[in-house]
Design a protein around this ligand. Structure first.
Ligand code: F6R
Length: 262
């Protein structure tokens, strides 16, 4: 895994935006996998800013989000459909018909999960999957002990995750208990993965992901199996890593190694 450590969260966000923007610039018809959550908001701000000021166009890009809460229709204020429209899609030139999220209000969430996998395959697969990480090491909503071979399916959220997401809902009781999420194997099938983590609260999970054993106990550790996975971290999120000196030798200032394209 490439580990890029930036001095602060703003620099980490800009670095992650560089990686997305480079792909979109090189391959305007690329397929992006997208995440939600607090960490992604400044990334979408930055990409939206580059759309306005640098002419970065998403007109031909297709997107697939990782997950959606079961029970919430797309127009629900707390759905990930709404999050994505407000945080990103309404601020760029993307064709809404090319944006995809699982339908949380599907009559048959299991069938919706299978159909979502098929839609990803029909689009030719995901070129770059953008990821955040939960404090418990989840990616998407693949909670600890999720099968490393899992595909898009229904997951029950842990109370830890519900407590972390409680801030978006009126009460803990209203915070959804289930989601449709891409599986770990779905994520690993993406041609490249880019995980952005900022802040001290993510330090233990990041250490488990990068340096811990490959284990369903830390679902993000599955990225160790991916041949093209990049973690973009700020110093706080990198604080529990033991090999920081090495990562900084290979990627000084979070730049590509001398052997990679810059
Ligand atoms: C949601 C998702 C989650 C979040 C994770 C971190 O689409 O993929 O795995 O990335 O829960 O969320 P924040 O950024 O709010 O800490």
């Amino acid at each position: 895994m490439k580990v890029l450590i930036l001095d602060n969260a703003e620099a980490a966000v800009r670095r992650a935006a560089d990686i997305v923007a480079r792909l979109v610039g090189d391959r305007p018809r690329c397929v992006l996998g997208l995440a939600t959550g607090g960490t992604m908001l400044p990334l979408y701000d930055e990409l939206g800013r580059r759309h306005v000021s640098d002419g970065l166009s998403f007109a031909q890009v297709a997107t697939f989000n990782l997950d959606e809460y079961i029970g919430l229709p797309p127009d629900h204020a707390c759905s990930y459909h709404t999050y994505m429209r407000e945080a990103f899609f309404d601020r760029i030139d993307i064709d809404p018909a090319r944006t995809h999220l699982p339908r949380g209000d599907a009559d048959d969430p299991q069938a919706e999960s299978l159909a979502y996998e098929a839609r990803i395959a029909d689009a030719g697969g995901i070129d770059l999957q953008v990821l955040g990480i939960g404090q418990n090491g989840h990616i998407g909503f693949n909670e600890p002990t999720s099968s490393l071979g899992s595909r898009t399916r229904i997951k029950t959220l842990t109370d830890d995750t519900r407590r972390a997401n409680r801030r978006f809902f009126d009460t803990f009781d209203q915070t959804p208990r289930h989601a449709i999420t891409m599986g770990i194997a779905t994520i690993l099938q993406s041609r490249a993965c880019l995980l952005l983590a900022t802040g001290a609260a993510k330090a233990e999970a990041v250490a488990g992901m990068v340096e811990g054993p490959l284990s369903a106990a830390c679902p993000a550790s599955a990225l160790q199996l991916h041949a093209d996975a990049t973690a973009v971290l700020d110093r706080d999120a990198a604080a529990a890593l033991t090999l920081v000196d090495y990562y900084e030798t290979v990627h000084p200032g979070g730049r590509e190694s001398v052997f990679d394209r810059t």
